[in-house]
Every structure is written in structure tokens, then in C-alpha cells.
Design a protein. Structure first.
Length: 482
């Protein structure tokens, strides 16, 4: 459901007792964590228990499994996830009581009030870029607050209440949330059509990023990856408005360039060149060109904030990733299993390029779960084309999330567009049959990659278990799980 942003946005310390409907989600749990650190009374509910709820309970939150009207009888403000339905009993009761209702965007803005906000936006790469910038700043001696749509491997957390004045925030455009924030500076990784269930047209989606420029402090700056056509157009608009704009990328149009890219296994190396001046070489511990561009944007922002290249480089090189972004789940029977959040055709292509580097001489076996009926309807063919970079593909049915199923919009339509021979592509509508389908295709030396924004993330551990059982039967060795 869409909760309107109230005309008056209050700082967090004036919201009273705050209840989160959907507190286990990546966005809401991070905001709750920051509020708890500030001594605000927090409660919340989610459809099922999770390690996120356990962590929030340990910090002092009252977390319920399941939704019920009585959960909101002693609260002042409700923060509501977009995945929540209009008939949710807590929302219905809150409206009956006349309680304050906030969308995620307004709640995040409330905790960012009074801080120097650096907002990271873009169609792809927001979580990784926000994470890279956060870790780089930490290695410079700063202690920024942060709110990220994924968990940092270094801290195991998606949010933190820092002691400094900087607040690094992932600025999501999916529901227009980024148009609520007022950042001192911003990064835009790329601008490609997505979330057309909300925006309707590609033109409207691009127009939202143009409006985002109005939210940036005129005395601040914008970092943009000019290798991307949509972001390059945004850079031109930004410069025309007189906003300090830093272009990054490999192209000659970039102010801060990555030169001499090389990829070896799980590492990516490049030389950073700032307006013709060679700053030095950076070796990332994450593979893929798209991650190099994310790191370059984080580096540009850190430099513009006044931090030294050598300190920022140490942070970038220390970064080991975020959960669900090319995350190694483990190894069994000579097969490594990775998991990633990629659900848009270009994200799929980027992660498959990284997987190919990681696999070396082995094959890449992919399990893909399309996310959202609306996205699959629009991009299903392109998803299938992108999956053609794998060696073996198992396509699951659509994870419908907040939408309802639609006849004919399913995983089969994606599988039908994968440009591989029929025996190398399989549509498996039964979730429980997917782990066996993947394990059965994997051979020693191969890399299995599960892709998608839904519950496909749970498939990897089951694949590892099946591979281990096979290894036990053949005496091939023991599994290792991360």
C-alpha cells in the first residue's frame, strides 16, 4: 500500500512510540535500529520470525510475529511497508484511532534530520555503492550514520547511528521515496527504466530523477556514472542548473576515470585517474565491472567530502560485500554456491559477468526467480536474454510479492527467451524441486548462482546440502558454508 507523506515531517524524537508494520524488511529494520539507538520506544510486526527480528529484540524492540490490531493500542506513530495491504489489521486499527501513519521514506527522513546527508540513488547498484562509501568513510576515521538496503559483511548490520554529522543513505526510487529527502550531496549510479508499475512510463521514471536534482542542496554536489546514458543525461541537466557535478566511469567524458581494468577470480583492479592525474591503483575484493563503477562513485564522493585518496582506497579494498550481492553461501562436492539480489536484466548481466570471472574454467549454473508480475511482464524477454550468458539455467515461477498473479505471466515466458539449447534451460514451477534441479546440473568446478529479489535466497543452502549428500555418497569431501 502507498501511505502519503504528511505535509509536516517531524524529527524522530517527536514521533513518540513508533510501530513498524513489516519491521523485518531491509528498509524498515534499519530505521528501527537507528531509532532504538536514540532511545525511542520501538515495536513492530512481521509475517514470520527472522534473525532480523531477533537482532531488533536484542536491541530493545518489541517484535510480534503476525499482525493484530492490539499491537498498536499503545503507540503514537505507525511506519508502514509498501508490501503491506490496505486491510492489514494494524493499519485499519491505526486509522480508526487517528494515529500518525508514515511511509518508509518519511520515517527515514525523520532520522536524517539535522545530519549532512549523502544520498545514493540509481536503478542498480545503490546498496553496494552505499556500502562501499560507508566502509571507505569508516577507514578515514569518520563514523557516519548509515541506512542501507542490505547487510554489510563487516558489521552484519544494515544501519548504524554514528557519532559524526554524516549520514549515508540508500535513496530508493521504486516508490518515489528519494523525492522526500533533502541531501547535501548525492550519487546516481545509473538511470534505466524500472518500477513501471509505479511510474507507468519510462519517461515518467526518468522525470523522477530530474525532480531528484531539485532535492539536492545547491551548495552540495552530485556524482554520476556517465558511462550510463540515462545518468549522463542527468549530469548534463545538473550542470545546466549550476550544481557541482562529478562524472565517473571509463569513458573520456568522466572526471574520475577507471583505467586498466583487470579481473582475476574474486578481485577487480583498476587505476583511478582524476582529470588526468593518476591517483593510484585500487584492488577490490568483489568481482565485476559494475562493482568497479560503484567503487569509483564512492571514491569520487569521498574525495569531494574532503577525505584522502589513500584512506578511501584502504576502505574500498577492505570491503568484502553485502549480503545477497554475489554472496558466497558455501562449497560442497567441488561446487561453489553464490546468491545475489539481481532481478533486472542489466543486473543479471552484470552478475553473470562477475560469476564467469569467479568460475574460471568451471561452468556457471543459474537458478533465477523472476520478481513481480509487472516487472516480468515488461522485462521477461530481456531477463531471458541476459540469462543466456550462463551455461545451465533453471527458471523458477514469479515471486509475486505485493501483487496478484496474472495468467500467462510466469517463469515459463522467461525461460522461453533464454538463448540456449532446450536441454540447458529448464522451467521449474515447484519451488521445492529447484534445489535438486540445480544440484543435478552442477559438476565439480562449477559455480551455482541463485538470482532474484524473492525467496530464491533460501535455495542455496538446500543446494549445498544436496551436494554434500552426493559428496558423502562418493567420498568427495565436506561442505563449507558461510
Amino acid at each position: 500500500m502507498i501511505v502519503p507523506v504528511p505535509e509536516e515531517l517531524l524529527p524522530a524524537d517527536r514521533l513518540g512510540r513508533v510501530h513498524f508494520v513489516g519491521i523485518g524488511g531491509a528498509g524498515l529494520s534499519g530505521i528501527a535500529r537507528i531509532m532504538l539507538a536514540r532511545g525511542i520506544t520501538v515495536s513492530g510486526s512481521d509475517a514470520k520470525d527472522s534473525r532480523t527480528l531477533e537482532a531488533l529484540r536484542a536491541l530493545g524492540a518489541r517484535c510480534h510475529v503476525g499482525h493484530a490490531a492490539e499491537h498498536v493500542h499503545d503507540v503514537d506513530t505507525l511506519v508502514v511497508s509498501t508490501a503491506v495491504r490496505e486491510d492489514n489489521p494494524e493499519v485499519v486499527e491505526a486509522r480508526a484511532q487517528g494515529l500518525r501513519l508514515l511511509p518508509r521514506s518519511a520515517a527515514l527522513e525523520s532520522v536524517m534530520r539535522g545530519r549532512r546527508v549523502v544520498a545514493v540513488a540509481g536503478t542498480h547498484g545503490k546498496t553496494t555503492t552505499t556500502s562501499l562509501l560507508t566502509v571507505a568513510l569508516q577507514h578515514c576515521g569518520a563514523d557516519p550514520s548509515f541506512a542501507i538496503g542490505g547487510e554489510l559483511n563487516e558489521s552484519g548490520s544494515n544501519a548504524h547511528e554514528g557519532s559524526g554529522d554524516l549520514f549515508v543513505a540508500e535513496a530508493d526510487e521504486s516508490d518515489g521515496a528519494f523525492l522526500v529527502y533533502s541531501p547535501a550531496a548525492a550519487l546516481v549510479t545509473n538511470v534505466e527504466a524500472d518500477h513501471l508499475d509505479n511510474y507507468g512510463t519510462e519517461e515518467a521514471y526518468h522525470a523522477a530523477f530530474t525532480r531528484f536534482l531539485d532535492r539536492i542542496d545547491p551548495a552540495g554536489f552530485l556524482v554520476v556514472c556517465v558511462d550510463d546514458a540515462g545518468a549522463a543525461d542527468l549530469a548534463e541537466q545538473s550542470r545546466a542548473r549550476g550544481l557541482t557535478t562529478v562524472g565517473v566511469g571509463e569513458s573520456a567524458a568522466a572526471d574520475l576515470r577507471a583505467e586498466g581494468l583487470t579481473f582475476a577470480g574474486s578481485t577487480s583492479t583498476f587505476t583511478a585517474v582524476d582529470r588526468g592525474r593518476r591517483l593510484g591503483q585500487v584492488t577490490l575484493r568483489i568481482p565485476g565491472r559494475h562493482y568497479v563503477l560503484d567503487a569509483l562513485a564512492a571514491l569520487a564522493a569521498g574525495l569531494r567530502l574532503g577525505f584522502a585518496f589513500d584512506d578511501l582506497r584502504r576502505g574500498l579494498e577492505a570491503f568484502t560485500g553485502t549480503r545477497r550481492r554475489m554472496e558466497l553461501k558455501g562449497e560442497a562436492a567441488g561446487v561453489r554456491v553464490y546468491d545475489s539480489y539481481a532481478h533486472h536484466p542489466n543486473e543479471i548481466a552484470g552478475d553473470l559477468q562477475a560469476a564467469r570471472s569467479l568460475a574460471g574454467e568451471g561452468r556457471v549454473v543459474v537458478g533465477f526467480q523472476p520478481h513481480l508480475v509487472s516487472r516480468t511482464k515488461i522485462f521477461g524477454a530481456a531477463m531471458g536474454q541476459a540469462l543466456g550468458a550462463a551455461d545451465e539455467v533453471v527458471v523458477m515461477d514469479v515471486y509475486v510479492a505485493r501483487e496478484d498473479p496474472e495468467p500467462g505471466v510466469n517463469g515459463a515466458m522467461v525461460a522461453g527467451h533464454v538463448p540456449l539449447s532446450p536441454e540447458r534451460v529448464h522451467f521449474e514451477p515447484s519451488w521445492s524441486a529447484v534445489p535438486a534441479a540445480l544440484a543435478g546440473r552442477a559438476r565439480p568446478g562449477d559455480l551455482v548462482l541463485t538470482l532474484g529479489a524473492g525467496d530464491v535466497t533460501l535455495v542455496g543452502p538446500e543446494v549445498l546440502q544436496l551436494l554434500q549428500e552426493r559428496a558423502d555418497d562418493t567420498g568427495e569431501g565436506h561442505a563449507q558454508q558461510d
